[in-house]
Design a protein around this ligand. Sequence first.
Ligand code: NI
Length: 199
Amino acid sequence: MPLLKIARMGHPVLLRRCEPVPDPGAPGIRQLVANMIQTMEDAPGVGLAAPQVHVPLRLFVFRVPGERREKDPDDRPVGPTVLINPELELLSEERVVGWEGCLSIPGMRAGVPRAPRVRYRGMDCDGNVLEREATGFHARVVQHEYDHLDGILYTMRMTDFRLFGFNEELNRVAAAQAVAAEAQAAAAEPQSTIAEARL
Ligand code: NI
């Protein structure tokens, strides 16, 4: 199976509202999903939406790796999952800031506010409906990928541009902590949590 080319920020396919998938069981969709999962795992990333591989349809794949559990006890590992024509409901007014990356914005990450709890629903390639409530990192991943289907990148959700940088710089742990602490001190919400993801 081929690895798919990933569109980077600046390509117009990332800014459009995607069309519903007319037939989730079509062989072409099954093949696309298989290639997207392989591309996501190869990157490596934890989520990939169809517009990121130049296909403006409403579907994405994601996973929650096992190691997330150590960082957030709410996060159960989730294997590679596809959601076709998904619906998303935010179950909280609260917003929690966590680190996100995006395969379309390579080498960078940012602190992005997201709802800590969501409900989502979507179909797989066999026509099964998947409906779940998710919290923590799982909820963050789904919100990030769902946004891609509406042409929204994480940069368009950011509220504090000091929490935006190159991974190489932010990976110097002390520097990242200093930036986060400074931003938290300045922000009205001291409850911000820092997670990390490439989506
Ligand atoms: Ni992304």
